[in-house]
Design a protein around this ligand. Structure first.
Ligand code: WQD
Length: 351
């Protein structure tokens, strides 16, 4: 097992994946310019694993700086690429920022993969590539529809860039399509740290629950679903992390059939927004202050995964339930409040 380079290692999924990799015996380095992440999270990952984690504070949009990392680390045997902007609403407001950041960084990284003959490459993709599916659950062969946002297009284009790169190189690639990552590490030492007002449902719930937000809005209750609110597949971030380690092992064992394979990472169960809120209330004992409001533009009505392929080929088995997601997310929010001197001082510099 060589050294794994994790881009976006100070981010939510990146930090949880680093914990999983280190726990499984990998040697890891992180590359993260901390433009959207909090470096304090890596300290938490070090506490959990008892291992030091080096982060290169480098912008992957700078080719020379990225190249220098590979020159300094000749033993990189795999890359997991998380680093990207991911706010749907922001991408609509500033599309060029998203295309430049998310795609230039990917191309620079792949040029280094080519130059240094890195054998394994795992890409952080998203169910957003499916758009608004006609049939659910979606499988990996469900034809993608037009994306709902520039962010979604950067994931669709990113996948295409990697597919074509894999065809022309000796590198074996995996595209992991996350559904809705949520929750926090069971230890409560790392978790999601949204910058500013959370866009995603679960942090919006927990920040409302603890009083950081006065109330939250349910975006639409007139959808053609069982209770009128949107349906998503909420998957625990530690299950997502586990799938990355399994993907590397799969590639290292040479089990892959093709140069570039795709896997859905979801539980296979669709949950409505209102059901998620009620699950939080049940787990936390907190009555959530929410209002039923209008639809949010760009929202997909309903999507959840068929995860048979990841189960059968990667041996992936999601361990955490919706209740576990809410319990770990709430535990993390409580910890943030208890330690706000530590976290806010760091997070404050970034806000
Ligand atoms: C889920 C549901 C909202 C907040 C996006 C990206 C996806 C991934 C996750 C990056 C929707 C509703 C939300 C709130 C609400 N991005 N909601 N009130 O939009 O499914 O997915 O984020 O990794 O690629 O597309 O996630 O959590 O924003 O929304 O009612 O305050 O919760 O309308 O129906 P989404 P989300």
């Amino acid at each position: 097992m060589g050294k794994i380079l994790v881009t976006g290692g100070c981010g939510y999924i990146g930090s949880h994946t680093i914990v999983d990799l280190l726990t499984n015996g990998y040697d890891v380095i992180s590359v993260d310019n901390n433009s959207r992440s909090n470096p304090v999270i890596l300290k938490g990952a070090e506490v959990i694993t008892g291992k030091k984690i080096k982060n290169y504070k480098v912008d992957l949009c700078n080719y020379d700086d990225t190249f220098a990392i590979f020159q300094e680390n000749e033993d990189i045997s795999g890359i997991i690429h998380f680093a990207a902007f991911k706010a749907v609403g922001e991408s609509v407001a500033t599309p060029l920022l998203y295309f430049e950041n998310n795609l230039s960084s990917l191309v620079n990284l792949l040029k280094c993969v080519q130059e240094f003959h890195i054998p394994h490459f795992v890409f952080s993709s998203s169910c957003t590539v499916y758009g608004n599916p006609d049939i659910i659950p979606v499988t990996e062969t469900t034809l993608p529809k037009p994306a709902e946002s520039p962010y979604g297009y950067t994931k669709q284009m990113g996948e295409q860039i990697i597919v074509e790169f894999a065809r022309s190189s000796a590198t074996n690639c995996i595209l992991l399509r996350y559904f809705n990552p949520a929750g926090a590490h069971p230890s409560g030492i790392i978790g999601e740290m949204p910058l500013g007002k959370p866009q995603n449902l679960v942090p919006a719930i927990t920040q409302t629950g603890i009083g950081r937000l006065p109330k939250m809005m349910v975006f639409g209750t007139d959808y053609p679903t069982r209770d009128g609110s949107c349906v998503r597949d909420y998957i625990h971030v530690s299950d997502i992390a586990d799938a990355h380690t399994l993907s590397l092992k799969y590639l290292e064992e040479g089990m892959n059939m093709g140069r570039c394979e795709v896997f859905n990472l979801g539980t296979g169960e669709g949950i409505t927004v209102l059901e998620a809120i009620h699950a939080f209330e049940k787990v936390s004992g907190v009555k959530l202050n929410y209002e039923l409001g209008p639809r949010r533009p760009g929202d997909v009505v309903a999507i959840y995964a068929n995860n048979d392929k990841a189960r059968s080929i990667l041996g992936w088995k999601p361990k955490y339930s919706l209740e576990d997601i809410m319990a770990t997310a709430w535990n993390w929010e409580l910890r943030l409040k208890a330690d706000e001197t530590v976290f806010n001082s760091q997070a404050g510099e970034l806000n």
